[in-house]
Design a protein around this ligand. Sequence first.
Ligand SMILES: Cc1cc2nc3c(=O)[nH]c(=O)nc-3n(C[C@H](O)[C@H](O)[C@H](O)COP(=O)(O)OP(=O)(O)OC[C@H]3O[C@@H](n4cnc5c(N)ncnc54)[C@H](O)[C@@H]3O)c2cc1C
Length: 477
Amino acid sequence: MIQGWSRQLPPARSRPADTDVEVLRRQGRIVVVGASLAGLRAAETLREQGFTGSLTMIGDEPYEPYDRPPLSKQALLGRARPEDTALPRRRHIDAEWRLGVAAESLDRGAKQVRLTNGDTVPYDRLLIATGTRARPWFHPEEAALGGVFVLRTRDDSARLRRKLTGGVSRVLVIGAGFTGSEVASACRELGLQVTVAERGPALAGALGGVIGAVADRLQRKHGVDLRCGVSVTALEGDDVGRLRRAHLSDGPAIDVEVAVVSLGALRNTEWLAGSGVAAGPQGVACDAGCRVFDVNGIVTDDIYAAGDVARSPHPLFDYQFLALEHWGNAVEQAEIAAHNMICAGPDRRPHLWLPMFWSTQFGVDIKSVGVPSLGDQLVVAQGTLAEERFVTVYGYRGRVIAAAAFDGAKWMGFYEHQIASGAPFPPEYRTVDRRTETLQPIDPAFPNPHLPTHGPTVTLTGHSPSERRVSFVPAHA
Ligand SMILES: Cc1cc2nc3c(=O)[nH]c(=O)nc-3n(C[C@H](O)[C@H](O)[C@H](O)COP(=O)(O)OP(=O)(O)OC[C@H]3O[C@@H](n4cnc5c(N)ncnc54)[C@H](O)[C@@H]3O)c2cc1C
């Protein structure tokens, strides 16, 4: 079991005589850049844990924090309006909100953030929570055609929903990762024809080709025209700039009015260029306590990072830097970062969150724990792939490293414990629904990480703050 493993933050300390350092850390100016899930939960934790100083929330979107997972699910189906996705508040945070304006640069010497409107915002401690954005279509002119969409924000979701319900007949989804597959699923529920173009099997980047084959079957069963091993080579518009046709690598062009580009995400780190912070395409490198590294590998004590933009070493995964695009991680890392920002050294906590992700598509609840993409072997521990109802367990050097379930979410807590305790792989237990034909470990068939993919939502980025194991070579899907 990992040392210090616990989901609970300790309560704010109320020792009779706080040291000067502790008192000071609960005062001063904290600036949070990125006013979304991680930023909000960090701010709430700061106040909850006794921070009495000034708090400034900077966000480039014009909205107060909202929830993204419904944007590719309920919102596309009209079961929730994108404007009704505001995140519930745990408490009042008494902050100054600077919304609709982006942070443009960071001056660590002067301890200030410069905004795109020319303002500067001074800080004593800074939290970087700028998350990710959708990777755009590789050809800017084609990306600008009417009918070409990405899906990351509330506005993206509202626009796409309007288009999908405005009388279109055929939709092209480029990339069959989680978001692309959820969009395809919503399109089918809306009764639209949908073609999905994907280089490998669906979901293969996140869960491997074995489960990808099941996801492929599921999509086809629900009427998706799934084209695997296929690249979209060009998008073609008409005279007035509306999408009309998509060219595919495997044959004739297809007529489409809508293309949803679902090629994964890019981390919002450009504004940190030249600041001396260890930030780049793989994220902002921080230690297990969320303190950001500088480019020399020295940890800062006034700059922290949390959420999708952060990458930090995890003891369960050989202390490799993990970059996660998971809702639950953003919450937990934000809480840890906030706690550590205002307490003295001995009370700091490591961020040991065990990755956990969910998705709902084609009527199936998919859930994973751990890091499947680190797995070198896989067994089907419960159910069968053929029935599309199962739990698979991933092994790495003889221990359980991850599990993924189709309609088996209730078991994930058990596997979480297996992963955290370093249980041997293949699993030794018997379960009622374990079938003999699946007992043999097999290769999970992950695609080559050096190939551009639709973007797994977990990336192992090596051991050093500056190392990049997986690099994206710009190319079309
Ligand atoms: C469509 C969709 C579906 C999803 N579904 C699931 C799911 O089913 N399960 C799951 O676990 N996760 C899911 N996720 C992922 C989850 O929503 C993210 O992990 C989570 O939003 C991360 O929160 P964050 O605060 O770190 O980053 P973000 O939510 O990306 O927020 C970062 C904020 O910072 C802002 N920003 C960026 N740069 C600047 C700047 N320079 N200055 C000021 N502000 C800036 C951004 O505009 C954004 O508002 C989904 C995401 C999307 C988009």
